[in-house]
Design a protein around this ligand. Sequence first.
Ligand code: ZN
Length: 555
Amino acid sequence: MKTLARRLPGPLTLLWAAAMSVLTLTPAKEMPRTPTWELLSFDTAAHAGVFAVLAGLAGLWALQHPRLRHPARWVLLGCIAFGALIEVLQYVMAVGRHAEWSDLLSDGIGAVIGLGVAIMLGRHLLPAAFGLALLLPHRTYAQVAEPDLARARRTIAELASPRLHGRGYVQQGEHLAATYLRQRLRRLGLQPLAPDFTQPFTLNVNTFPGKMQLAVDDATGIHGSEELVPGRDFIASPNSAGTTRLHTGVTKLDTLIFASPDTAIAWSRRLRQQALLLTSRDQSQLARLALPVRQRLDSAAQIVLVPKLTASLSGSQAPAPRFEVVANRWPSGKQLLRWQLDAQLIRNYPTQNLAAIVRGSARPDSFLVVSAHYDHLGMMGRKTYFPGANDNASGVALLLELAAHYARPENRPPCSVVFLLFGAEEAGLLGSRYFVQHPLVPLARIKFLLNLDLLGTGEEGATVVNGRVHTAAFTHLMALNEAQHYLPRLTARGPAANSDHFPFSEAGVPAFFLYTRGGSTAYHDINDQPTALSLAGFAGAFGLARDFLNSLGAR
Ligand SMILES: [Zn+2]
């Protein structure tokens, strides 16, 4: 019945068009001409009526094809073109019928009315009306494009907007994000897996909520002073302390200290109140130095020159300020530093994971899990924030599209599908670690976990962390990808502690972490903006994840 109703509008449209052609193009005796101003005359009404039926049928037909863009526009254009063709043929074939421009107008009016009715019936009335729903079933006319890319873009834009302050621990950013996401889960009709979808936990985190200034003055007074821009030219290191300082001298690290312990001690004594200037390579070697030397360097303010700014979070504070400055933004010459930095180490900051479930119809105690972290790095000073569009508004958007899919009654899975939105991933996988220690479903009953993080690109396909661990599952994933050409390439990786799948893997839960490759390379910086994301692999990743989950028991 469903397939018949789905197939009917197509042939009916063609039949109707054929009948129209036959009736209008067969010779008839000359009829009296209709004056053009009598738009409501019988002839006009007949034209409009005939085209209303044509457009209505064609509309119902076109609306079944979710891939057809602007179906209404095509139907309308098609009907008017068909009307014009008939008028031209009537004129050329001289079949005794008259061709008139006013007919085209009535055709158009009829088509608009018919199309309007088709849209109303197809999208709103028919799925609701039981009797007619049999003839024109819900699936056919209320069909939703999956994933809804426009909605996914809106999700990413919302999560990455300045309103959410980088989803971190300044201005309640992560709380605002959680509030928005609870609302989304509720609207999708998902069941909470914890009260109000919320699993609370706390963390210690160092934040930069206030003053954020770094300036380099030329000691000779020739070049004046250079104000560096937060986020673009410099950031505070995750564990930086906050102080205010006027005119501190700068000493470049002498790499001889790595070669000779005696030099190191003598050199570090001379450092005193000076700020220490070093490269990221030097910094990685500081651990090699003897403890007294290290302590002295630790208590100095440090400027680390880096090729690219990559922000991060820390749960502790160093004894002195630490700045990271883009190497090519560092002015040459003899420098004096000025800075004002407000750093606040917050202990036991209350945050949360969000957890929702679509209960399985046949095996509700068997779980498939989709996870994504919604937190990001927050703010750096009063104005600069990290949007985190790719990391990980994109993964959250994909999770919500999968949630929307399984929340639909017709897609109700046999086993349960759990959706986990982790907090504090950027602070060291804290949310997922907490969940594994306080699981809301028995970990042993999780058949598979699919973690989504960095899903905003995809030009070069995707990588599957743990693909080399669960080789059978990865081979299966490859087969699904090749069957439907979802992503240009899938690459397997070994285990890695680089996202929220990791605590689950460690606890023995089979898990993949999927991330897309290619396109934007912005990462943990102010350029990770929604506009930089192509979403080239988003629909592919959606199809792949859905098919994978379905094959594991979600269908
Ligand atoms: Zn990240």
